[in-house]
Design a protein around this ligand. Structure first.
Ligand code: ATP
Length: 359
């Protein structure tokens, strides 16, 4: 993208009581992007969002909106709005008045407000609910009102802090689709926080994986899933295994990596590799295959420990020679697979295995 970023975070830092919780983070967000900050509890996601909103001041670094430094501006002077997990609707106002609140504060005229509120009710599929009070709505409906109230004022950026976190799984999945659809229709830039990787992979144009106050990796869901760049990113996204090993030989863009249990093949890291270098090999569980007969390529000897059903997939635990266990996910019927206790050979396509170098 060549367009200037709508929002830039430049070298932000923040400490609380001597603990540095945001450590020199930088990020450019483009107009209309849906970007997710994904990371475990306490990694600094909410603090980052609060800095963007103007609710928390950074110790150093800058926040730029459309190229303008807003670091010292109070929240209502930034065209940024926030939706929190706990709805925060005005309990004494009906749905229409909740949604129209920001427009009334701005002094827009009544008929214009009514038009925009009706349009929002339609967009969030709540036409006919305008006269209801928040207490007469379900959790999902309340959160739709909160989102409508936040977007009706057409913010440049909408910040969403775990907005679906209080909903049950089925409703959350439905709301993920609705929210993504709404964002595309309105073209508003969303910065979304979650610790749920599936939610992030489902909805985002780009994901910033956050760990201990830093961005570990920023990329599209596919880039992050296929090519994790750090050990943390590899372990946090998807289900898989990470093996420590040493590069034994290189042929084209395939590296042979020596593990304690045998030798495997993987795609060489984009920044190159050298023989003897220590690396971590990352492979997703659904890409691991195993067979009683050796296959072409490489073969890692293992023993089948168990087969268990996990949702729609069959989960097989395998033990390697040096004792470590590895999980394979498949769709085969148990009767088609080597039984528990069998000696098998693990293999995969080298392009499915990514190597992570020590930084
Ligand atoms: P969660 O997913 O649990 O909400 P998070 O990634 O959003 O976590 P933050 O809320 O940004 O994390 O918190 C990052 C760290 O900063 C935590 O260790 C937290 O305890 C600390 N922290 C946040 N706000 C304050 C504050 N006002 N005073 C002191 N420490 C704080």
């Amino acid at each position: 993208m060549n367009e200037a970023p709508l929002l830039s975070l430049e070298h932000l830092t923040k400490s609380f009581d001597g603990n540095e919780v945001i450590r020199d983070i930088s990020l450019d967000v483009h107009r209309g992007e849906f970007i997710t900050l994904l990371g475990p509890s306490g990694c600094g996601k909410t603090t980052t969002l609060r800095i963007i909103a103007g609710l928390t001041a950074p110790d150093s670094g800058r926040v730029l909106l459309s190229g303008r430094d807003v670091t010292d501006l109070v929240p209502n002077k930034r065209n940024v709005n926030t939706v929190f997990q706990n709805y925060a609707l005005f309990p004494h106002m009906n749905v229409e008045r909740n949604i129209g609140y920001g427009l009334r504060v701005r002094g827009e005229n009544r008929s214009e407000i009514q038009k925009k509120v009706n349009h929002m009710l339609e967009l969030v599929q709540l036409s006919g609910y305008g006269q209801r009070m928040p207490s007469q709505l379900s959790g999902g409906q309340r959160q739709r009102v909160a989102i409508a109230r936040a977007v009706v004022v057409e913010p440049d950026v909408l910040l969403l802090d775990e907005p679906l976190g209080a909903l049950d799984l089925q409703l959350r999945q439905q709301m993920q689709l609705e929210l993504k659809h709404l964002q595309q229709q309105l073209g508003i830039t969303f910065i979304y926080i979650t610790h749920d990787q599936e939610e992030a992979l489902n909805m985002s144009d780009r994901i910033a994986i956050m760990y201990e106050g830093q961005f570990e990796q920023i990329g599209t869901p596919a880039e992050i899933y296929e090519y994790p760049r750090t050990r943390f990113a590899a372990q946090f996204i998807g289900q898989g295994s990470l093996f420590e090993g040493e590069i034994q030989s290189i042929q084209g863009d395939t590296c042979q990596v020596k593990l304690p249990s045998g030798t495997i093949q993987a795609t060489c890291p984009p920044m190159g590799a050298t023989i003897g270098e220590r690396v971590a090999a990352s492979i997703h569980s659904e890409r691991i295959r195993y067979d009683i007969a050796p296959q072409q390529g490489f073969n890692l000897p293992a023993k089948v420990l168990s087969h268990r059903f996990s949702g729609s997939m069959l989960r097989t635990e395998l033990q390697l020679n040096a004792g470590e266990t590895i999980t394979a996910l498949g769709m085969e019927a148990v009767s088609e697979l080597p039984p528990v206790g069998s000696d098998v050979y693990i293999h995969w396509l080298p392009r499915h295995c990514t190597l992570i170098k020590d930084s």
